[in-house]
Design a protein around this ligand. Structure first.
Ligand code: NAD
Ligand code: TYD
Length: 337
């Protein structure tokens, strides 16, 4: 029996992990700890809400007293950390929350392993720590070269994890996932923003020339990668989780428009993101050696994702109000003119 604390479990990937773990491991108990920032959403956890092996605690990972209480009260033996500020554009507008949650918050979780009897911490990181990769593929031993405040805060957390492993010998593992897409993604990222905007025939603000390359990973494949590392990963190691599906943004946008039956005239080339990385690409042989393999092709996953947003307007329409519209205006109003 495991008592797993899933921090950030009300977000996009964290909630997919919770829904998967509750199904896949009938003897595990899952406690979600989430601050419910703009990106946290209890609707993402509706499918498990009434499961007796699931509990929810609203708290901040950087609030040490609160995290300690939750760890003790639920007899937590394992932490899987998804909690983070995650959007590059927001990190450019306002970096402070990124440093607070992504760095200080991770320090608090490390202290739970060092001092409070938690036996293992899996930290969910990102390919963005490697920075721009004009050619070739990042391997886990490559140096970090983050280019946005978001990427730098994720790299900072990883360096602290490394130091805790070297200094205290803690049982910590890290995953570095590539650009993830699927249902329940807050509609600020490329896929979820553009699908929901296109449904309403609104302009799609493509940064710069749209030739930047990302490696697209379906959320369920990301989740099984994390599960594999949680159970089989070696302490002190990091594992890349790649989609091995590199595409220029413009191709992704054309594909989702085609799937929706919407015209390419919705695409608007707008002012680029400052410090915009041209390409991310990772090698994931190390994770494959643990027995993981992807189950979803990009085409099938894109079809399912588009269909989900079409069928679940109840989920995203209520997000696209209030604070969301303020953010949208700040980010896009002058770009779209
Ligand atoms: P998300 O923005 O959808 O969710 C983040 C969650 O963390 C939200 O539920 C939010 O309420 C919670 N949170 C934020 N600050 C918190 C705090 N101080 N205390 C407690 N909870 C807090 O993010 P996501 O896309 O699901 O990403 C999850 C993790 O995966 C992040 O660590 C991110 O860096 C990493 N990642 C994401 C991607 C991607 O493409 N989305 C790719 C690779 C790695
Ligand atoms: P995003 O989903 O924000 O992920 P990340 O920046 O972490 O890779 O962006 C994916 C790509 O899409 C990235 O190259 C930036 C681009 N993009 C746009 O062109 N327009 C947009 O409005 C957004 C949100 C992203």
């Amino acid at each position: 029996m495991k008592n797993i604390l899933v921090t950030g479990g009300a977000g996009f990937i964290g909630s997919a992990f919770v829904r998967y773990m509750i199904d896949a491991y009938p003897d595990y108990h899952v406690v979600v700890l989430d601050k419910l920032t703009y990106a946290g959403n209890l609707d993402n956890l509706l499918p498990v809400r009434d499961n007796p092996r699931y509990r929810f605690e609203r708290a901040d990972i950087a609030d040490r007293a609160a995290v300690e209480r939750i760890v003790e009260q639920h007899g937590i033996d394992t932490i899987v950390n998804f909690a983070a500020e995650t959007h590059v554009d927001r990190s450019i507008l306002q970096p402070d929350a990124f440093i607070y949650t992504d760095v200080v918050g991770v320090y608090v979780l490390l202290e739970m392993v060092r001092q409070k009897g938690v036996q293992r911490l899996l930290h969910v990181s990102t390919d963005e720590v490697y920075g721009d990769i004009p050619q070739g593929y990042s391997v886990e031993t490559d140096p970090f070269a983050p280019n946005s405040p978001y990427a730098a805060s994720k790299a900072g957390a990883e360096l602290m994890i490394r130091a805790y492993y070297q200094t205290y010998g803690l049982n910590v593992v890290v995953t570095r996932g590539s650009n993830t897409f699927g249902p329940y993604q807050y509609p600020e990222k490329l896929m979820s923003l553009f699908i929901t905007e296109a449904i309403d025939n609104r302009p799609l603000p493509l940064y710069g020339d749209g030739r930047q390359v990302r490696d697209w990973l379906y959320v369920l494949d990301h989740v099984t990668g994390i599960d594999t590392v949680l159970h089989k990963g070696v302490a002190g190691e990091a594992y890349n989780i790649a989609g091995e599906n590199e595409r220029p943004n413009i191709d992704v946008v054309r594909a989702l428009l085609k799937e929706l039956g919407k015209p390419e005239s919705l695409i608007r080339h707008v002012a680029d993101r400052p410090g915009h990385d041209r390409r991310y690409a990772m090698n994931c042989d190390k994770l494959r050696a643990l027995g993981w393999q992807r189950q979803h092709s990009f085409e099938e996953a894109l079809r399912e994702t588009v269909a989900w947003y079409v069928q679940n307007e109840w989920w995203w329409r209520k997000i696209k109000t209030g604070e969301y519209l303020e953010y949208y205006k700040t980010q896009y109003a002058s770009r779209l003119g």
